[in-house]
Design a binder for this molecule. Sequence first.
Ligand SMILES: Cc1cc2nc3c(=O)[nH]c(=O)nc-3n(C[C@H](O)[C@H](O)[C@H](O)COP(=O)(O)OP(=O)(O)OC[C@H]3O[C@@H](n4cnc5c(N)ncnc54)[C@H](O)[C@@H]3O)c2cc1C
Length: 346
Amino acid sequence: MLVEHDAPLAPLTTLRLGGPARRLVTATTDEEIVETVRAADAAGEPLLVIGGGSNLVIGDAGFDGTVLRIATRGFALDGTLLELAAGEVWADAVARTVDEGLAGIEFLAGIPGSAGATPVQNVGAYGQEVAETITEVVAYDRVRYETVTLTGADCAFSYRHSRFKADPERHVVLRVRFRLTDAGGQSSPIKYAEVARTLGVEANRSVDLRTAHDTVLKLRAGKGMVLDPEDHDTWSAGSFFTNPILTDTQYRAFQDRLGEVTAPAFPAGDGRTKTSAAWLIDHAGFGKGHGSGPATLSTKHTLALTNRGAATTEDLLALAREVRDGVRAAFGVELVNEPVMVGVAL
Ligand SMILES: Cc1cc2nc3c(=O)[nH]c(=O)nc-3n(C[C@H](O)[C@H](O)[C@H](O)COP(=O)(O)OP(=O)(O)OC[C@H]3O[C@@H](n4cnc5c(N)ncnc54)[C@H](O)[C@@H]3O)c2cc1C
């Protein structure tokens, strides 16, 4: 177990932002994770768990407590059942399941970060989300002081949300179990129109697994959504805002504002409608590359807020507030941040 003091956190995040941790512990076994959490809790010490740092906005003042970096490894396949240690690199694990000819997470290719963080915000992309395949999450429960196994239903997954995100002080994920599908080398049915269009097939058809995986990677790279240290468009936390889900009343008010213009709209259950945050940002006047300071919108995707190299967290938040306020003024819709804020708020 590696313990460092006054350790910079910015290099551990994909935004490369944030001040130092008073104490940084890197854990490579489940036992080290549990031991570190128990010791911090017993001492009443603030604790921040980080995996790949790809969904975190850490304040410039850093974190006055213990930061626990999860660096466990483990990829175990038993038939179609997959168990990943929390610290496994997610994108590598996805590629390995494709090599094994198993479908279920192939459209989640190229998403940065760790396996243990995927249940936290129910990671999803291109018509697939981990809620569809997670059967169990093994976690240390900081209220019961023991390791527990939660079923997929216990995780209360919804769009970019789960019980882990709702109650972040309670569970530290140790292992995640998935049930994949052996479809003879074929992918899951394609649900995302852009993927179907790119492959020249109809929606709900399957294609060769490797083709599905590689197509998603290519689409993501074109939007700056695959990490590349040389490309500042990928110095981001991915999508900065979630797609707004509007109640019937909110949706009607939104339509009144739009007049003759048509915005993307998808049914989101219970009479609610999901619209596109990227569309709102763009149509509120914030195009690709917007901003002249050290933090700007990505030149490839309006939804990604990026550090051009010399930004501070405050620079990024100023840009985020400008975009959020501009969308509210133009459309009356409130954008909500997707990344987890540490020591700061929008
Ligand atoms: C270029 C880019 C593209 C992205 N594309 C997508 C996308 O398509 N879809 C999508 O859903 N997300 C996307 N993201 C966001 C991000 O990659 C995911 O949310 C990812 O799962 C975060 O993993 P991480 O290990 O980096 O988590 P971190 O950023 O380290 O942590 C995120 C949160 O999870 C908590 N956490 C981390 N590990 C654990 C654990 N073991 N136990 C308990 N809590 C934990 C942290 O405390 C924090 O609250 C993207 C990000 C980037 C930079």
